[in-house]
Design a protein around this ligand. Structure first.
Ligand code: BGC
Length: 497
């Protein structure tokens, strides 16, 4: 194997080291920034009050609609909560056309979403839908509405359980005229334009949905503490004591139930340390940020989540490719590797993060899956073993740094809420492509958690981490239920009042 290539890959990989002392510093800084966020607006960690003041216990019942906007797909589902920790879910998924994500108007986008809801109702709840249309035609009072939970996974300043204004887009979305507007109202007016029997009852971040869904499906002694997403983006929502959310005092119009003494806070940790006081930084991170459509924000997310890891890797590999001494992926007398000029290797965001999962999973001696991934994703054929090994070294370094960074907010929240000091197990629900598909992602998170002095081996043993699938569906339905109870909305679908 070419040792120059491997030496250079190893050297670059070292730049991604994120050792224990830096994890510890990260945790301390996170706790500081999270306290700032609980006290005031416009801090790096938004710490958004969600107005959800209780987690479910598994006995909730009813039929609800939920929609999910936040990644590459738009999902519409109906969720039947059976009241015994189980549920049935019917869903449809559609890819969001790129032009609607980044160049259209908010009206185009929300009408598109409403049309998908209409199509879903026609296929799966046609009887109800037709009955509604009939009543409307006959001039009867139209009250027979579905309550819908709207999972909208972007930073939103919530004003109540069913309203909130968009702070900024993330994850490649960019529709400027929506910023500063109430996204529930935007969806409701598109729904009304199509005369659908649907009321937007709750606005839900996917992390809050994950927390709720986990709490419903695995009720423990104390409920779930934290819901976290490590997918296209990253973020977490956790249960906070109301009296610690001191900025609520300045929100004069806010109405919420104070009986539990708690509220779920959407941390928006993707923007942790935007000013880069403790986050690791390589030249590849810097270039990625400078060329992104939101430089200087979501700095934590840009080092951790799926939308970005592929691009970090691409930039590191490209640097080696452009280094004439190394000749990575270049044909020569000794190598007949082929890399066509239209390869996504040369395109910004061209390298999908699923390549990292595939490469990391390959333990074969002859790099079978690495080769397949390079060919499928980037049309790179006949790479040498040394080239494959170099890719593996970089992938491992970038993925491991992401996982170790992910431990920072988790540890900080465990410490800040004092939950490790109680007798009970602490439950954490997670979702997203990295935790699901990146080999050993959770193991690396746990390794770093144990290195944090206030967590240690004993603390780590108290933490139960479980995948919480369908948070954006079930979780949104659960919050729609809470909201419909709160507001005493009418409940035509057998929903709890
Ligand atoms: C968004 C969060 C979301 C996370 C995971 C981030 O980009 O800002 O609101 O929870 O992605 O989807």
């Amino acid at each position: 194997m070419s040792s120059a290539l491997l030496d250079e890959a190893t050297r670059i990989a070292r730049e991604f080291d994120y050792p224990a002392d830096r994890v510890q510093r990260g945790v301390e800084e996170y706790i500081k920034q999270s306290n700032e966020g609980l006290a005031q607006e416009n801090t790096t960690l938004s710490q958004i009050p969600t107005f959800v003041t209780a987690v479910p216990n598994g006995t909730e019942k009813g039929l609800y609609l939920a929609v999910d906007l936040g990644g590459t797909n738009f999902r519409v589902c109906s969720v039947q909560l059976h009241g015994d920790t189980t549920f049935s879910l019917t869903q449809s998924k559609i890819m969001i056309p790129r032009e609607l994500m980044a160049s259209g108007t908010s009206k185009d986008l929300f009408l598109f979403l409403a049309r998908q809801i209409e199509a879903f109702l026609r296929i799966h709840h046609n009887e109800h839908f037709e009955a509604h249309l009939r009543r409307r035609r006959d001039g009867n009072d139209v009250e027979d509405l579905f309550d819908l939970g709207f999972t909208f996974s972007f930073p939103v300043r919530q004003c109540g359980i069913n309203s909130g204004t968009l702070i900024r887009w993330t994850k490649g979305f960019n529709i400027p005229d929506a910023v500063g507007h109430d996204v529930c109202a935007l969806l409701q007016s598109a729904i009304d334009e199509l005369h659908l029997p649907v009321r937007v009852a709750a606005l839900v971040n996917d992390t809050v949905g994950t927390l709720m869904a986990r709490s419903y499906t695995s009720p423990g002694e104390t409920g779930t503490l934290l819901g976290a997403i490590f997918g296209t983006g990253t973020n977490g929502a956790y249960v906070e004591k109301l009296d610690k959310v001191t900025k609520l005092k300045n929100m004069k119009d806010a109405h919420y139930d104070t009986t539990t003494g708690e509220m779920i806070i959407n941390a928006e940790w993707g923007s942790f340390d935007n000013h880069m006081s403790v986050l690791p930084d390589t030249v590849y991170d810097q270039e990625l940020d400078a060329d992104s459509n939101n430089p200087g924000v979501q700095m934590f997310e840009k080092r951790v989540s799926g939308m970005f890891l592929g691009e970090i890797l691409r930039r590191a590999l490209l640097a080696m490719h452009n280094n004439p001494e190394l000749g990575l992926f270049k044909t020569s007398k000794t190598s007949n590797v082929s890399l066509p000029s239209d390869s996504l290797f040369y395109r910004q965001w061209g390298l999908d993060t699923s390549l990292l999962s595939q490469v990391e999973a390959d333990t074969s001696k002859d790099f079978v899956d690495v080769k397949a991934a390079l060919k499928d994703h980037l049309k790179i054929e006949n790479p040498s073993d040394a080239e494959c090994q170099a890719v593996k070294i970089l992938v491992h370094a970038i993925g491991k740094r992401a996982a170790r960074l992910s431990a920072v907010p988790i540890a900080a929240i465990l410490i800040h809420t004092g939950k490790l000091e109680t007798e009970n197990m602490v439950d954490v629900g997670v979702d997203g492509s990295l935790v699901e598909f990146y080999p050993k992602f959770e193991e690396y998170i746990r390794e770093a958690l144990r290195e944090v002095s206030q967590v240690g081996v004993a603390g780590d043993k108290k933490v139960r981490i479980g995948i919480s699938k369908d948070g954006s569906g079930v979780g949104a339905a659960l919050i729609a239920l809470v909201a419909s109870k709160d507001e005493n909305l009418r409940s035509p679908n057998g929903n709890a009042k």
